[in-house]
Design a protein around this ligand. Structure first.
Ligand code: DLL
Length: 447
């Protein structure tokens, strides 16, 4: 179902008009209310009284994470503090978190866009949503909660962690749909299996997963082990939280961006110049109706590309491809730029390997080394163990070596990277305990 069909299927010209009106209103709004924008816009020669035509969007300077950090906590607020009804924060890796604020109208928008996303991913009124995103300062838990209720679902606020209890809740409350990080969805699937509950037996049909980069091999694994069709949900605290975009269940090929509220661009990571559809670059988002913390041309750091191809689901909103990673997740191994998701995609080509992997980066002398630690599948592990036990140790060694060598060659041929490959037994690799999973262990001392 489409949650707001009259808006989500707007003809392109009407959508462009709506975006243009809202952009002009937002530019006027922020230049009057936020001193930071008043200054940056006039320095860039954008007069707040001007109608900023959408084609002139690139004349507006980018807003970056550092601007939020420098104005911590409330320096970019566009409303008096008394109008704020909620704050959230995203945990930066270092120093202070980024605090974001919402008015009552912003909270209403938050619930609406998440309700749209859940409907995109198969949610329906009357369903039960098992929400395994963390509740608290993170926008995931409370965001999915509000959206689930807005769509008319019964929300189970499971939050992250306490995996045993989650599995009991899933068995007893029989939710049709689940929301979680993709890595935690796999943890839950494994726990269900270890309790002897097969994918066909559990009640789940849909999963809305995101908040961290993930890959096609993970999609296959989540679908198979949870017995669902999973879709990608994308968002970030600075823009609203989850709810910026979601894949439709019909195509699962690119996430529809809620373009009537968030104006997307993809730009060149170096020059900042706008890129064409299909070209990969940094996603830049402008909020079009937000009150407390409107942002112009926010540099998300996330690498993706846009598509305006029509979609069989009937929605007219542009789609963004799966996020390859954040610009700051990129590692450079002997001159080769790499995102962990690229490694994950290649590992998916090797039959014996599971999607559970981690990269360990170190420096030997002047050269960077990368070790890929990846779990083998249960089936492969069992077969090799049988050989080991029946004294076919040489055969088992041979099979393991062949798997390692094939993986190494594939990584070299597809990505140009010389990696050490270490095979792990099932369960030895990284697992999410409920939140976002980090796939890089960096032992280089780069400072
Ligand atoms: O992760 C919001 C969210 C919650 C999205 C629940 C989806 C579901 P932050 O903690 O501020 O907000 O982190 C935002 O996470 O800039 C991306 O780098 C990454 N990210 C979010 N969704 C995806 C996704 C929430 N579907 C940052 N694929 C973003 C890849 C994602 N990366």
């Amino acid at each position: 179902m489409i949650f707001e069909p009259e808006l989500e299927t707007l003809p392109n010209d009407r959508l462009r008009e709506l975006q243009a009106e809202r952009l002009a209103a937002t530019v006027r709004y922020v230049s009057k209310r936020v001193p930071f924008y008043g200054e940056t816009l006039s320095a860039a020669g954008v007069k707040h009284a001007d109608m900023v035509p959408i084609e002139d969007l690139p004349t507006i300077p980018f807003t970056r994470k550092k601007d939020l950090v420098e104005h911590y906590p409330y320096g970019l607020l566009a409303v008096p503090k008394e109008e704020v009804v909620r704050v959230h924060a995203s945990s930066g890796t270092t120093g202070k978190p980024t605090v974001v604020a919402y008015t009552a109208a912003d909270m209403d928008l938050f619930a609406r866009v998440v309700a749209r996303c859940l409907a995109l991913g198969g949610g329906q009124p009357g369903f039960t949503l098992h929400n395994a995103y963390g509740y608290g300062l993170f926008t995931g838990g409370l965001g999915l909660d509000a959206g689930g209720m807005r769509l008319g679902m019964a929300v189970v606020p499971a939050s992250g962690g306490m995996t045993q209890r989650q599995v009991t809740l899933i068995s007893d409350l029989r939710p049709e749909i689940i929301s979680a990080t993709p890595s935690y969805a796999l943890t839950l699937a494994q726990e269900l299996r270890s309790r002897g509950i097969s994918p066909e037996e559990n009640s789940l049909r849909y999963a809305v997963v995101g908040a961290e980069p993930w890959t096609e091999p993970m999609r296959v694994e989540i679908d198979a082990t949870l017995g669902v069709r999973c879709t990608n949900i994308y968002g970030l605290s600075e823009i609203i939280g989850p709810g910026v975009a979601n894949e439709c269940i019909e195509e699962r090929h690119g996430s529809h961006i809620q373009e009537d509220f968030f104006l997307p661009e993809v730009v060149d990571p170096q020059s900042g110049d706008p890129l064409e559809d299909g070209e990969e670059g940094v996603l830049v988002l402008t909020t079009l109706t937000k009150q407390a913390l409107p942002l112009l041309r926010y540099w998300t750091g996330d690498i993706t590309s846009l598509s305006h191809e029509p979609c069989s689901c009937g929605r007219t909103f542009a789609r963004m491809s799966q996020i390859k990673g954040r610009t700051d997740d990129m590692i450079i191994i002997r001159g080769v730029n790499l995102y962990p998701t690229q490694i994950g995609d290649v590992l998916g080509l090797v039959r014996e390997l599971s999607p559970h992997f981690k990269l360990v980066v170190s420096r030997e002398g002047l050269l960077d080394e990368v070790e890929v630690r990846v779990e083998v599948t249960e089936e492969f592990f069992r077969a090799v163990s049988v050989d080991m036990l029946s004294d076919e140790v040489v055969e088992a060694d041979h099979v393991l070596r062949s798997c390692r060598e094939r993986t190494k060659t594939l990584l070299k041929d597809s990505l140009g990277v010389n990696a050490k490959v270490t095979l792990l037994a099932p369960g030895e690799g990284p697992r999410s305990e409920g939140g976002k999973l980090s796939r890089i262990e960096d032992h280089r001392n780069l400072n």
